[in-house]
Design a protein around this ligand. Sequence first.
Ligand SMILES: Cc1cc2nc3c(=O)[nH]c(=O)nc-3n(C[C@H](O)[C@H](O)[C@H](O)COP(=O)(O)O)c2cc1C
Length: 196
Amino acid sequence: MKMDSVIILGKPDVKRGVPVMTALAQRASVREFDSVEISLKDLSDLLWAANGVNRPEEGKRTAPSAQNAQDVDIFVFTKDAVLFYNAMKHQLELVTDGDHRDLLAGKQVESLKAPVFLLLVSDISRFRFGEEELKIQWGAIDAGMVAENILIFCASEGFQTRPRAWMDRNKIKALLKLRDTQIPVLNLPVSARSTR
Ligand SMILES: Cc1cc2nc3c(=O)[nH]c(=O)nc-3n(C[C@H](O)[C@H](O)[C@H](O)COP(=O)(O)O)c2cc1C
């Protein structure tokens, strides 16, 4: 994939996929990934399904969030770069060059076969009220909502994925220059449909 500083994504195909009950019947976490590259169109639809804007007139998203804080951001780790998903503009923005997927994979090196990892980061400063402990809880719940959208999309498309809490949070925070309020919650390696 060519890494421009901004990649404008296409309109989501809201007609794709199998019936939701079939997707649920197929949903499973994969441990052994195939290294099947994901096309830009598929990545675009996956990101929109994950946490895109589905009601532009209200600026609301495919995933719910406590207080409508829209606290969950998605960073896309590829073999070439890390990109930020700007949901409002439905575009990818270059954060840094290089392959940093190993910071997410850790000891589970088998997941590095997946060409793309999605990192879900909750920015708890977007919650307007509540105790810090509660905000951290809401952030984790909201990231879970986004993760489930990813899991259902992947199940529907026959893509391989797995929600993962393990990652090197300190190194990721340093790499992405995250503020203290930005908490990496979950990451999901994704491979496109296997021909197996
Ligand atoms: C919050 C959360 C954190 C997880 N963290 C990891 C992880 O760090 N590494 C891993 O291999 N799997 C992780 N998993 C995947 C679970 O092990 C997996 O969902 C579980 O075994 C059930 O399998 P299934 O998803 O196929 O139903 C995590 C799942 C959840 C929901």
